[in-house]
Design a protein around this ligand. Structure first.
Ligand SMILES: *Cc1c(COP(=O)(O)O)cnc(C)c1O
Length: 328
């Protein structure tokens, strides 16, 4: 299937590595577990947002903007990668962050500052709710900001993951493997939408399992917002398929005590993958998603000779904050 072409600017290093976690697979007595290392995209500690930003920043530059605005939590990986993308592109970066200014900058927020981002603190609003306000304010000052939504999740950002599936399909053909399942964290919906669309467009043929990360439902159930973004993106790229909720697998049982609250699931998952494979995952997203995968394996949801791909979407800078990862 041919899809609409979009401009893309190089921000990261692709393809990201794909390989088998042999020790872990043996330890768990199957299935065969593989990993896609998007923590290694190379953009200021990497992560899945690099893929979206290659399309979003290309659009920002083409529209003649002089700055970008986006928003998220204090430890937003998306904001950190946006700050780096803006620096590379010579654009001013404004970040609308939830919470209050911490006395000691750590993790992602420390990196935002090093990258020269301008920070606007917005208290209880951690999903970019105040982006329009800051946008108006910057326009009053004669700036031409480009607005990137929370998580970079709009139909342009989704392209990053449609093309990620194109990249994955080529790697699968090279090493002659078919993935029965792909497991990944799903939060603002851009990654999940792109993976579903790319699975369709590039005929990857995998069962896609999104692990829901964020319990907050003030803007309605996540599945509804995800389905809306998916269909908007499908139309935008020219795929034309109209999806229903039946096309989406979203596992809600790993939400724990909510967004960014670390429990045993995340702690054990982080320590297991570090100890068996020397790979670090993060407390908020990949720790939860990988914890979910381990739980599904323990519940024998996969047969021992199936191939399961875990998509490492990044997030490692938030390891260097005050999450209680050792559980003392
Ligand atoms: C943003 C993020 C996700 C979720 O991706 P969405 O496109 O927002 O659903 C997963 N993992 C990490 C590390 C992230 O930063």
């Amino acid at each position: 299937m041919e899809i609409k072409k979009l401009l893309r600017t190089k921000l990261g290093f692709f393809p990201t590595p794909l390989y088998e976690l042999k020790k872990l697979s043996d330890y768990l007595n199957g299935p065969r577990i593989y990993i896609k290392r998007d923590d290694l995209t190379g953009l200021a500690f990497g992560g899945n947002k690099t893929r979206k930003l290659e399309f979003l920043l290309a659009d920002a530059i083409a529209s003649g903007c002089d700055s970008v605005i986006t928003g998220g939590a204090e430890q937003s990986n998306h904001c950190r990668q946006t700050a780096a993308a803006a620096a590379i592109s010579g654009l001013e970066c404004h970040l609308v962050l939830g919470g209050e200014e911490p006395s000691l900058p750590q993790g992602n927020y420390l990196i935002d500052k090093l990258l020269g981002a301008h920070i606007h603190w917005t208290g209880e609003f951690r999903k970019g709710e105040k982006i329009p306000e800051i946008n108006d304010h910057l326009r009053d000052f004669g700036k031409k900001p480009y607005v990137i939504p929370y998580g970079g999740s709009n139909p342009i950002g989704v392209y990053g993951f449609i093309e990620a599936m194109n990249e994955l399909k080529k790697q699968m053909d090279e090493i002659k493997i078919q993935f029965d399942h792909i497991v990944f964290a799903s939060s603002s919906g851009g990654t999940h939408s792109g993976i579903i669309l790319g699975n369709e467009i590039y005929q990857v043929g995998s069962n896609l399992i999104g692990i829901e990360i964020d319990k907050a439902e003030d803007e309605g159930p996540y599945i509804d917002r995800l389905l809306k973004l998916l269909n908007l993106s499908s139309e935008f790229c020219g795929c034309k398929k109209i999806f229903t909720k039946e096309d989406i697998v979203l596992r809600k049982e790993y939400l724990g005590d909510g967004y960014g609250v670390v429990g045993d699931l995340e702690r054990d998952a982080i320590q297991l993958l570090a100890g068996k494979e020397g790979i670090l995952i993060d407390p908020v997203y990949t720790g939860r998603a990988f914890g979910g995968l381990i739980d599904m394996i323990e519940k024998k949801e996969f047969s021992e000779n199936e191939n399961v791909l875990f998509w490492h979407s990044g997030g490692t800078p938030s390891l260097f904050t005050n999450y209680n990862l050792l559980g003392n």
